[in-house]
Design a protein around this ligand. Structure first.
Ligand code: HEM
Length: 510
């Protein structure tokens, strides 16, 4: 009987069909997850690929896909989507956003960035670390960004901004337009070089600057990098098995040897500088003096050379492209809105007058209108367009019966929230003055929020303010016809990168 049946059924074709059916089943067996929980959701079209495959395969920019989801869940507090096969809760409700990021933070400690230290030794840093190790490191690194420490770096920022003005001057003299993003990337490379590593990286002066080359490598929009990023979150074991590194061997060696040499030199020669490396070295010294006895290793992190290298590296990665792109977008908006540019110029002059013409730390802090300009730039063009969290202990969504089990994933659509007309009327218009009134909580998150908010935000603001003061005092900017306006974003890029760049004509003020 069995033999007759197998003769009939197990032809090669039917076997193939069976295998295809099994594969299909395996590729879609999570797609009912949200339905079973009674959560509105978007059913993926294809097995395995989920709803975000257009972003993973660089076919669509993150913010465009995000807006599709956001509009799909119109009138809902949240909805379900899938990244590959993994269910993700897409949150729209500002109150729930607040709960996740701030009020109920203890249930949402982590971002879910799985790391393999053997494969990527520089990945044990603040962005990636989880649970108590993150908490321990965050506590140790927070004083690094205190007002006192930042004040001490102010002059370094002024010096770098002077080099920026000089660099642009060369273009003005040749009547050449500038590509704002690239110019600002060179500037912010020099800033991080100086304030993090204590080095003169020379990105503005030297077209072959090694540091600038490395920075470009990290953020080069690429299909492969995007795919790896998505795979690392979803299939970390596969990424490890494929030995698919987050950063190249060359980059890793460059930073490791640079930092090790710097630290060695300072230790041997008793050199002190006011930069992040020095502050991290001080932390290491304090730690070696007080023993952490009896605390399990997973509950704390000891600052050693490799932690210093990883975190100095992450300050570079997290710090230079974000500030460069914000400065670029700010100049873009000011070029489109000449009246705001003029108002900003007058505002800067009036504040500086009170401070004897000096761009001091206190003078910059008084420039409230400039602050509003940056706030509005970051509302329209947040470099990090979404936030991610992982549920670290089972969580009942307030006001519902929906229990999110541990390890569930959360996505907060920063760009869509910040451009929702309900919270920001006429969101397509550049209106810095909207930041003179209170902003609804949970709708404005360019630096994230809660205990895991960007640790470098005050440094970034100070850097961007000093640079903009210098730029606006010296030049007038207007849009060059090479800029594609309105901007279109590169789908292969991690952060918001406009296709074709931001080209500006520059005129000297005096
Ligand atoms: C305009 C500039 C910047 C923007 C828009 C920005 C944005 C962000 C965002 C959105 C996050 C995630 C926050 C969250 O998950 O709630 C973040 C985290 C982080 N940023 Fe920034 N950032 C900027 C500049 C900087 C700078 C200059 C540094 C360092 C010098 C830096 C270092 C970090 C680090 C280390 C984290 C991880 C914090 C943690 O997990 O505890 N960022 N940033």
């Amino acid at each position: 009987m069995w033999w007759v049946l197998s003769q009939y059924f197990l032809t090669p074709l039917s076997l193939l069909g069976l295998v295809a059916l099994l594969i299909y089943y395996y590729g879609t067996n999570t797609y009912n997850y949200w339905k079973k929980k009674g959560v509105p959701y978007i059913k993926p079209k294809f097995p395995f690929l989920g709803n975000t495959y257009e972003v993973v395969f660089s076919l669509k920019a993150v913010i465009d896909k995000q807006l599709e989801f956001y509009n799909h869940f119109d009138g809902q507090r949240f909805g379900g989507i899938f990244s590959f096969k993994a269910p993700i809760l897409f949150i729209k409700d500002p109150e729930l956003v607040e709960s996740v990021l701030i009020k109920d933070f203890t249930s949402f400690y982590n971002r879910g960035m799985k790391v393999d230290l053997k494969l990527d030794p520089l990945s044990a840093h603040l962005v990636n670390l989880e649970d108590k190790q993150w908490k321990s490191l965050r506590q140790k690194l927070t004083p690094t960004f205190s007002s006192g420490k930042l004040k001490g770096m102010h002059q370094q920022l002024v010096d770098c901004s002077e080099a920026l003005v000089e660099y642009i001057c060369n273009h003005v003299e040749k009547s050449e337009p500038i590509e704002a993003r690239e110019v600002m990337a060179k500037f912010s490379t020099d800033v991080i070089g100086s304030c993090a590593f204590g080095l003169n990286t020379n990105a503005l002066k030297d077209p072959d600057s090694e540091f600038r080359k490395m920075g470009k490598k990290i953020f080069q929009p690429s299909f492969k990098t995007r795919l790896r990023f998505a795979m690392r979150v979803q299939y970390p074991q596969l990424v490890s098995l494929l030995r698919w590194k987050g950063i190249s061997e060359t980059l890793q060696k460059f930073f490791t040897s640079l930092l090790n040499t710097t630290m060695e030199f300072r230790e041997k020669n008793n050199v002190f500088r006011n930069d992040f490396v020095q502050l991290l070295m001080e932390l290491k010294k304090q730690e070696s003096e007080k023993k952490i006895n009896g605390v399990p290793e997973t509950d704390h992190i000891i600052i050693d050379d490799s932690v210093i290298v990883s975190n100095a590296f992450v300050f570079f990665v997290a710090g230079f492209e974000t500030t460069a792109s914000t400065l670029g977008f700010c100049l873009y908006e000011l070029s489109l809105h000449q009246d705001v540019q003029e108002q900003a110029y007058q505002h800067i002059l009036s504040v500086l007058k009170k401070h004897g013409g000096e761009i001091t730390y206190d003078a910059v802090k008084e420039m409230t209108f400039l602050n509003q300009i940056f706030a509005e730039t970051l509302r329209m063009h947040p470099p990090a367009s979404e936030l991610r969290r992982i549920v670290t202990k089972d969580y009942l969504i307030p006001g519902t019966k929906l229990m999110l089990p541990k390890d569930s994933r959360i996505l907060i659509p920063v760009h869509s929230l910040q451009n929702d007309p309900k919270y920001f009327p006429e969101p397509e218009k550049f209106k810095p003055e909207r930041f003179s009134a209170d902003i609804r909580k949970g709708t404005y998150l360019p630096f994230g929020d809660g205990p895991r908010i960007c640790i470098g935000r005050r440094f970034a603001k100070m850097e961007m303010h000093v640079a903009m003061v210098k730029l606006l005092l010296n030049y007038k900017f207007s849009l060059n016809s090479k800029t594609i306006s309105p901007l279109i974003y590169n789908p292969a890029a991690f952060l918001l990168v406009p296709v074709g760049g931001i080209w500006l004509d520059v005129q000297k003020r005096i």
